[in-house]
Write a protein that binds this ligand. Sequence first.
Ligand SMILES: [Cu+2]
Length: 610
Amino acid sequence: MNRHPWLLVAASVLVTLGLVHTMGCGATRSARSLAAEKVYVAPGELDKYYGFLSGGQSGSVFVIGVPSGRLIREIPIFEPRAAYGYAVHENDPRRQLLLATGALWGDTHHPMLSETKGIPDGKYLFINDLANARVARVRLDYFEADRIVKIPNLQGAHGIAVVSPDTHLLVVNGEFEQPTDGLVTNPAPYTSVVAFLDPESMEVKFQVRVDGNLDIADTSKDGRYSFSTVYNLEQGRDMGSMIQYDRDAVAAIDIPAAEKAVAAGKGHVRNGVPILDPAENPGVLTLIPVPKNPHGVNVTPDGRYVIAAGKLSPTVTIIDAHTLKIVAEPEVGLGPLHTTFDDRGNAFTSLFLDSQVVKWNIDKAVKGASDYIVDRINVHYNIGHLQAVGGDTMHPYGDYLLALNKLSKDQYLPVGPDMPENQELIDISGEKMKMLASFPTPPEPHDATFVPAALLKTITKQTYAPADDAVKAGQEKVVRTGPHAVTVDMTLIRSAYTPDSFQVKEGDQVTLRVTNVETIRDMIHGFALPDHNLNIALPPGYTKTITFDAGKPGVYWYYCTNFCSALHLEMRGRMLVQPKDSTVVLTDWHAAENVKGQTVPGVPSTGANK
Ligand SMILES: [Cu+2]
């Protein structure tokens, strides 16, 4: 067969071009560079998703960018944090709230986003404090905790979930069982509760008694059921006796039935909360027997199935989310803990003992097909939670999966006996999973959830709207409001405090109302008064009021703790504390000292010290 020579030339050119394309400058493009490209976000470019990782004993939530893994910020919640001026000083209402509800530390585990129609709406992020039986709500327009509540009748607030699809309620599991009557003299039986909270008022509406240790929670996609894994149906008080039974349970609570029973007055009120006893309210609680000391429970995005992970059994149990019947119990590997999903009918289960993520096909597993396992990938090491982007919603994105590993061992430079926690990002867009990148975090994320950055971009505020008590520029003043009380109204703007000095007396109580009057995003100023244990950070538009004792006579500098301009170092001022019996009035200070009355107008600045 004759071929035209030009065709041969053209063919060889095409082959050569193809080689150059795949080989680059003579070198095969490695899997490494392909992975690097997938997670590379150039300076100035934005990540596609925000990930919210619980900070564990940091008492906070870490916000990371996906796919870059960059730490975007930390949201302090259950612990004071000087850098954010959060709950640091005694008068901060958030500090008082933390102390009133338990402690100035927390153990955060499960970040949950509020949903509308089964997908995150960007309104709230809920996070539990396992240790102190608390739940906090973070407003995502400000990335700030606005509610923290203590849940009565419950120890160990572990699994939490929002009731899909519209965040009708918030579910909180009590892990550590207690005597039924709350008395230490009663040896048995011990019991716990699932608490149901109103997500707006954060009030506990009712609780349902469950005998056993309630672990992880999820809800059906139609708002009908909450699902909680329950271990230790043995009612053991030590580890050996907690692992006797081959099966424990998934507790399915019929939410409308429970609400009806509560409305009919069937609850036993303890500490102001009605508790439903399932024995008195048939149909409210169904215990579905699953192997063995189960841990994770996850509802498939289409709402058809509930997947319970066996933990001490190499299986997951697939439960029909409507009939509550077990439909399959496939083996997946050793130490299955949690499951997440893509948008193509696949499940991904974390295997703690195998240090793997296993991908399996849900339909094939339900039908009993032998080839339901699709792929396995090694992770480093001993994975706990895992979450695919959108895998906990009705709309998984099917692109990235985050493995939250408990041990990093040899993955980073040694930094002492304690190593950082290791998060690994896996590409799940193809048939085979591909490891893309790892990044360390402070201890220790337990769980994660994600939202598209595009959604938050439309929601987050640039500045705080001035509150009713905001101090306006030009209206700063120093006012003596009583024999031992002075109020200082102060504003901050690059790069000065107004007033930049004020005079009080030993024995005075000083009320400082301070507003950052900047109107552009990210222009934070701080107010630190170190010898008075005060350090507050003020984002633009923010007003804080703090009250403190003037302390010993002396001159005390306050200074800006957030670098704000070329004159940041010059951004400071003085508080003069005069001796109790001093009658001297220094004319170059903003003072109210020469007035004996109870309430007087402010004494304006002489301007001499400006
Ligand atoms: Cu400043």
